[in-house]
Design a protein around this ligand. Structure first.
Ligand code: ADP
Ligand code: ZN
Length: 730
């Protein structure tokens, strides 16, 4: 009886997502998780083995083709990861191959194979003492090796000793040449002093005890204010797992932005830490990946995709800052690392810890309903205070004749900070390109009467549109709330803020951190480094400046307009604003001098802003969740977003009505409507959002719709992307 393998092949535009059967020739070793090359039609394509069987479900065995070759020495994926791909494809409505390709180190896709890097190294043998070298070259080689110890052949060649000389010395037995594996180490050059575990506070001890509790495998939501010692709890839980020989995965939102986190882990665990993220070179990634597979590293720290680390004895998964949107991948496969973490933990009987000072509505809702265990760290370590947050009403500024982008309070605070030789961070959050319309006199924002999201201003037609439903209205000349004339669409750039700073404050030395100043690898690090060294005293930037920075000399944080985040046409705008303000406020006063935060806004009474002022998550959660419940929005329901795009606007519109027709009467639909980002790279973008009380039935409806769509006449010219539980609706 022969051996057969079921192979998932990478083919584009194939709606079917099932494996093909191939015969395994006797001379090849193929197992579940192996990558192979198979004949497919007239081509040869890479694929992944997902099953081995002796009885293929095929009528005519003579028609089964043979696997051509195996790509990697050993199976590249574990059985668990292969199973994860099958689950993930159903859960996030994509193909298994999308997941399989997302799991392996970048640089290995498209059938390429990477190898460990080796070097040839020469060293003297015992008999070298009685060597009788011939010629100057041989003499020189022997004396160099005697004086300086083993050398690589490359290094010897640079000093004029060719490989042939070394090889002849080897032949006489005076020298031996060894192949030495070299490890491409992303942490090389980072020196950290070892750090011992800290004695835990009462709250921390309790948290640790619950995380390690063996009788419960419920995920833990570790809700602790910034600086309450969550990281120390993670570290000690990981150490405990190591004792048991188990591995841990720690996810951080954006590893390039959190070098301090990696340092703390290395200080505790040294070489047992592996780092995985997208900015590693292909070689570094591959070597780290191997160290994880061989269990040389028992802690994996990385961004989203590190959730696919090939760990076999998993004990713990931590998602730090679990509310961050970067845990959701915005391209296929559009998975959320939190869901994947929980799935993997179940397979291993491992624990998941979700940590945050501002948990997502989804997670807190689950904790309330008992699906997660809620554990609080309510106090900062050593009783350090959270900085006071002052809210400035920009409507009043205008009434008092101040038309500048800086309020009098913020101006004075900047001036004082610079005088005292301290540093300031100025945040201008301008994500996306959505422009909303706001009255500068009363703070009224134009919103959709049905969907409660802000309306987007379309400059060409001069009208306002809702991006959830099809509501449109004319651009108002006067504010409908107060009758005022200062109703404007909104948007100031970071560059403008920087110019104003330099103009108004002669002592300011500014540095800017945004998408424009960080286009190349390393830019980000350089900017932060020079701010840290005091080469600039004001850091101006987008939400990038809010992330995990720890500069003791920063005593002022200013937010130009909290409203930019508040008025994104997204139902999570309030949640994002609260999280952003809480996070950025946490950057002030981390050193010995107390800090201060100034938040400018046109809506000082908004609950998200008031809650951020008081550092009060509970108050925010109460308000926000009751609004979500009223509208039946997540977490009280589930969204699936269908993103329809094409070069031809007409095709998009008719494809949308085809889809809307399909869903009619089957589930609640928001839209179809143009996306807030209506055109990206020449493609028109529209969306439909499906809303249902349960996820599973919603997924099967969408799957059926997608099948219909693929066999319709639209399939050729219109692209349909499915996004399950979307985090971003732009
Ligand atoms: P979080 O992750 O909640 O922001 P951290 O773990 O970074 O908090 O802790 C904040 C600071 O307090 C860090 O400098 C950390 O070293 C220190 N710290 C944490 N736990 C303890 C402890 N039990 N005793 C003393 N210092 C601690
Ligand atoms: Zn609407």
């Amino acid at each position: 009886m022969g051996k057969y393998a079921e192979i998932i092949v990478k083919i584009h535009n194939l709606p079917e997502d099932h494996p093909f059967t191939y015969r395994v020739p006797d001379h090849l070793e193929v197992a579940v998780g192996s990558r192979v090359i198979v004949p497919f039609g007239s081509r040869r394509l890479p694929g992944y083995c997902v099953n081995i069987t002796s009885a293929p479900g095929h009528d005519d065995l003579t028609k089964i083709k043979e696997i051509v070759r195996v790509i990697d020495e050993k199976p590249i994926l574990t059985k668990e990861l292969v199973k994860l791909a099958a689950w993930g494809a159903k859960r996030f409505l994509c193909a298994q191959i999308d997941f399989l390709e997302a799991m392996i180190p970048a640089g290995l896709t498209a059938g390429k194979s990477l190898k460990a890097k080796t070097l040839l190294r020469a060293e003297l043998t015992e008999t070298a003492k009685i060597a009788q070298p011939r010629g100057e070259k041989q003499k020189l080689a022997l004396s160099l090796l005697a004086k300086e110890g083993p050398q690589t052949l490359v290094a010897l060649a640079k000093r004029g000793i060719g490989a042939s000389t070394v090889r002849s010395l080897e032949k006489y037995g005076w020298v031996k040449i060894e192949e030495k594996k070299i490890h491409r180490d992303p942490l090389s050059g980072i020196e950290v002093a070892p750090q011992a575990p800290l004695p835990l506070t009462k709250e921390q001890s309790y948290a640790l005890e619950r995380i390690l509790a063996e009788n419960s495998l419920q995920p833990v939501l570790l809700y602790g204010v910034t600086g309450s010692g969550k990281t120390e709890v993670y570290l000690q839980a990981i150490a405990e797992m190591m004792q048991k020989g188990k591995s841990s995965i720690v996810l951080v939102p954006e590893i390039a932005l959190t070098p301090q986190m990696v340092e703390r882990f290395s200080a505790r665990f040294g070489r047992r830490v592996a780092v995985l993220h997208s900015r590693l070179s292909a070689g570094e990634r591959y070597d780290e990946w191997c160290r994880i597979k061989n269990k040389e590293a028992l802690v994996v720290i990385g961004a989203r995709s590190a959730i696919f680390a090939p760990v076999e004895d998993l004990g713990l998964i931590v998602l730090d800052e679990e509310h961050e949107t970067s845990y959701k991948q915005e391209e296929t496969p559009r998975y959320h690392a939190r869901n994947v973490a929980i799935w993997r933990a179940q397979q291993h009987g491992a624990k998941v810890v979700l940590g945050s000072a501002t948990p997502s509505l989804e997670s807190f809702f689950k904790a309330e309903s008992g699906a997660y265990e809620l554990i609080r760290l309510s106090r900062r370590i050593a009783g350090r205070p959270l900085p006071p947050v002052e809210i400035v009403d920009m409507r009043q500024e205008l009434k008092d004749g101040n038309k500048s982008i800086f309020s009098r309070t913020l101006s004075k605070a900047i001036k004082n900070t610079l005088l005292e030789g301290k540093q300031a961070i100025i945040l201008l959050n301008r994500r996306g390109y959505a422009t909303f319309v706001l009255c500068r006199e009363c703070g009224h924002v134009m919103r959709c009467p049905a969907c409660n999201v802000s309306l987007k201003f379309h400059s060409v037609e001069k009208k306002l549109c809702c991006h959830y439903c099809d509501h449109q209205e004319a651009y108002p000349n006067l504010c409908p709330a107060c009758g005022g004339r200062y109703i404007r669409h909104f948007g100031t750039g970071t560059q403008k803020v920087e110019e104003e700073l330099l103009r108004l404050f002669p002592d300011a030395r500014t540095i800017r951190l945004d998408a424009d100043t960080t286009t190349r690898k390393g830019d980000h690090q350089k900017i932060l480094q020079s701010f840290k060294q005091g080469k600039a005293n004001v850091l101006v930037g987008t939400q990038m400046v809010a992330k995990g920075l720890d500069f003791p000399n920063v005593t002022l944080v200013g937010v130009i307009t909290a409203d930019t985040a508040l008025n994104l046409p997204d139902f999570r705008a309030g949640e994002r604003t609260f999280q952003l303000l809480t996070q950025v406020a946490g950057r002030a006063g981390r050193g010995s001098v107390d800090g201060k935060v100034v938040v400018q806004t046109y809506t000082p009474d908004h609950y998200a802003i008031l809650a951020a002022k008081d550092h009060d998550f509970a108050a925010f959660y109460r308000e926000e969740s009751s609004k979500r419940q009223e509208l039946s929005y997540p977490p009280y329901s589930f969204f699936v977003r269908l993103l329809v795009s094409s070069k031809h606007e007409g095709a998009v519109v008719s494809a949308c009505s085809f889809l809307a027709g399909f869903f009619h009467g089957k589930c609640a639909i928001l839209g179809p409507s143009p996306c807030p980002l209506e055109r990206v790279r020449g493609r028109y973008r529209w969306q439909l959002i499906l809303n249902g009380p349960q996820l599973k039935p919603l997924l099967s409806i969408v799957e059926a719709a997608a099948r219909d769509f693929q066999s319709s006449s639209f399939a050729g010219s219109v692209r349909l992307a499915l996004d399950v539980e979307p985090q971003n609706l732009l």
